[in-house]
Design a protein. Structure first.
Length: 164
């Protein structure tokens, strides 16, 4: 294990359990329709509200965890050097490491519908270091939870991220 990886590991361990709340905003019909168009998903599941029924649209089950940016777009000075938006994962000091997805486990608790306001909480549940043939690998176990403005839990997402 390199000294820098050991330092990142120790600094990251200090953040286990720290909760980062965020108001994501109101779920708009246009955004649900755009998500469906981009992913090829149908706009409403059978037996649910359709686009012309007058009832709110129900979001695809993966909608909340798939959307990375919840605002129209940051100002240039708010972007990272590579031009991407700062995300909640940026609260973890991983400078100089490449981040890769290692899988998600989703629990769907309630429907997400157009018009609802959604908030989330992000926290690091655990961090571990693995040694492999090609060097050290940091495994980050992340918890993201999403609620509506009434306090109803919508989605629980546990994911593993790998940093090298």
């Amino acid at each position: 294990m390199t000294a820098s990886m050991a330092e990142v590991y120790e600094n990251t361990r200090k953040l286990v359990g720290v909760v980062h709340p965020r108001v994501l905003g109101r779920i708009e019909r246009r955004d649900l329709e755009r998500f469906c168009a981009a992913t090829g998903a149908s706009i409403a599941s059978p037996g649910r509200a359709g686009p012309d029924s007058g009832r709110p649209l129900v979001a695809h089950p993966l909608y909340l965890t798939a959307v990375l940016g919840w605002r129209p777009g940051p100002a240039n000075e708010e972007l990272r050097p590579d031009g991407t938006e700062v995300l909640d994962i940026d609260a973890i000091p991983l400078s100089g490491l490449r981040l890769m997805g290692g899988g998600q486990d989703l629990e769907l608790h309630a429907d997400v519908t157009e018009g609802m306001t959604v908030r989330s909480e992000f926290s690091l549940e655990d961090v571990e270091i693995k040694e492999g043939r090609s060097g050290s690998l940091l495994l980050l176990h992340v918890l993201r939870q999403y609620w509506d403005d009434q306090g109803t839990l919508l989605v629980t997402c546990r994911e593993t991220l790998m940093a090298r």
